[in-house]
Design a protein around this ligand. Structure first.
Ligand code: SF4
Length: 145
């Protein structure tokens, strides 16, 4: 953890020295994302599933995969009292050689509907600087039913 913090500090220092510089950070560590990032792109199955500014993403995750990631963060709270297990996303990541033809997350999504297996949803803007790829969100925001 100490080495990680030192490396992240060094990256931020280098970025601050060059105004035009940007850092693309690829990680599964949501604590690092919260600390370091301004804009977050959530990927699954080789596709962008959600894009938002970091504050918006943590406050209002809309894709079921993003919601699953957020639910798996350990955080002591009153709601978690008595729960001894973190919530996990069910199933396994499918092989990149054998992805579903519809939504790439459909083999693990607890909210999937029939069309999820056959139709890949488009990325849809749900708010300024916030896009999501999910049939449920598409329907909720007036897209195809
Ligand atoms: S499109 Fe369907 S399977 Fe994919 S994340 Fe949305 S609800 Fe789940």
């Amino acid at each position: 953890m100490t080495i990680q913090a030192q490396i992240l500090d060094l990256m931020m220092e280098l970025k601050q020295r060059r105004n035009e510089a940007a850092i693309v950070l690829i990680t599964h560590d949501l604590a690092v994302v919260a600390e370091m990032c301004q804009r977050v792109i959530v990927m699954y199955g080789g596709k962008i599933q959600e894009v938002a500014l970091v504050e918006e993403l943590f406050a209002n995750p809309m894709h079921p995969y993003t919601q699953g990631l957020m639910a798996s963060i350990p955080r002591p709270s009153k709601e978690r009292k008595g729960q001894d297990r973190l919530k996990a996303i069910p199933g396994n990541v499918p092989s990149i050689m054998n992805l579903p033809s519809g939504c790439k997350f459909c083999t693990r999504c607890e909210r999937k509907i029939d069309r999820c297996e056959t139709e890949e949803p488009p990325l849809r803007e749900v708010a300024p600087n916030h896009v999501v790829r999910c049939h449920l969100v598409e329907s909720a925001f007036g897209g195809a039913q």
